[in-house]
Ligand binder design. Structure first.
Ligand code: FES
Ligand code: FE2
Length: 372
């Protein structure tokens, strides 16, 4: 597929599944060796061969609202900083002073320049080395060769993508829908660390087979047992979780159907980012692999496109609080439970079934790129 289905086609297909008691399903099984979740060498290969070579969503454009807005954090274990320049263009750099490597930016904020807090070397927002205190101490130093080291940045679909290495893997960002528009408010960003492998956590987002048993009292009462649409576009994917209130669309002409508030979309942006579109808000989660058994989750929440003003933010906050304290907490507990058993020897492989085909799609792509 070259694009995700439009909302009207989604509505039609969901209504057919409801009527027929069916769901989207893949062909066969996928068997993933458990070793691939625990082996430090495999983890290092995933970082080196995939995450540092792929254009990876780094933050929403909304996190860089004005000239000088920056976000500094590690991506695939490498400290980076992205910043919107005076010219409005977003640039990215390895976050390391060209004197002796101290990180020149921390966290997020707005800066006119980056000044290293070790010896005071100062860089412009475009990375150029602007000032060296007591420069006579560096006879012959070519300032133009000591600017911050750039990484490739693309701003597309309301997101900022970063590719760290020159030997980049080709990925078509034009096939992505626009996720965030400028009228959506970024109302929350936070980080937390989970003692789980990044792929174990990721997999919890990519199938709806678990909704009834795992979210019995939280998500399931609004939804269905094992009823989802799954789509792939390139290496990316989307899973649709319809709510029961979707059925009221039966009485509406197909071309007039609106799905806002009637379903949840979860996009998987290969390899380590999810974007969930919920009733009143959208959350982007970046799963930053820290170690084979540790993942830092960076979360950005924005208001849904349908909401305006302060009342909208309030609704979005309530929606987000419900999700994170109920269903998401359940998913995290399950991911920790899986992580605890990885070394038990009970499973040499994990078997993913026909209702878990987006997980197979993910592993198939990882496998191909690791070999490439
Ligand atoms: S390490 Fe940055 S100025 Fe010395
Ligand atoms: Fe879940």
């Amino acid at each position: 597929m070259t694009a995700f289905m439009c909302d009207q086609d989604v509505a039609q297909r969901v209504l057919e599944h409801i009527a027929n008691g069916t769901t989207d399903a893949g062909e066969g099984l996928w068997r993933e060796p458990v070793q691939n979740y625990v082996c430090p060498r495999r983890f290092a290969d995933e970082m080196q061969r995939v995450l540092r070579r792929y254009p990876i969503p780094f933050c929403p454009s909304a996190a860089l609202p004005t000239a000088g807005s920056y976000v500094a954090r590690s991506a695939a274990g490498i400290p980076l900083v992205v910043v919107r320049g005076e010219d409005g263009v977003v640039r990215g750099f390895r976050n390391a002073c060209r004197h002796r490597g101290v990180q020149v930016a921390q966290g997020s904020g707005c800066a006119r320049a980056f000044r290293c807090n070790y010896h005071g070397w100062t860089y412009r927002l475009d990375g150029a080395l602007q000032h060296v205190p007591h420069e006579e101490g560096f006879p012959g130093l070519a300032r133009e060769h000591h600017g911050l080291t750039p990484v490739q940045v693309q701003e597309k679909a309301g997101l900022v993508f970063v590719t760290q290495q020159q030997d980049a893997i080709a990925a078509n960002l034009d096939e992505l829908p626009v996720f965030f528009t400028p009228d959506q408010q970024l109302f929350n960003s936070r980080e937390y660390t989970l003692d789980v492998n990044w792929k174990v956590f990721l997999e919890s987002f990519l199938e709806g087979y678990h909704i009834k048993p795992a979210h019995k009292e939280t998500f399931f009462p609004f939804g269905y047992d094992n009823l989802n649409l799954v789509e792939t576009v390139g290496r990316n994917a989307r899973i649709t979780f319809p709510f029961q209130r979707m059925e009221k669309l039966r009485d509406i002409a197909p071309e007039q159907r609106r799905v806002d508030g009637l379903l949840t979309y979860v996009y998987h942006l290969f390899p380590n980012v999810t974007i969930a579109v919920l009733s009143h808000h959208m959350t982007m989660l970046i799963l930053e692999p820290v170690a084979v058994d540790k993942t830092q989750v960076i979360s950005y929440s924005l208001t849904h496109t349908t909401l305006k003003g302060e009342a909208g933010v309030e609704k979005a906050r309530n929606d987000a609080a419900f999700v994170s304290t109920t269903g998401q907490a359940e998913d995290i507990a399950l991911a920790k439970s899986i992580q605890a058993s990885l070394h038990s020897g009970a499973n040499e492989v994990f078997t993913f079934g026909r209702y878990e085909q987006l997980i197979a799609h993910f592993h198939r792509n990882m496998q191909a790129l690791l070999k490439a």
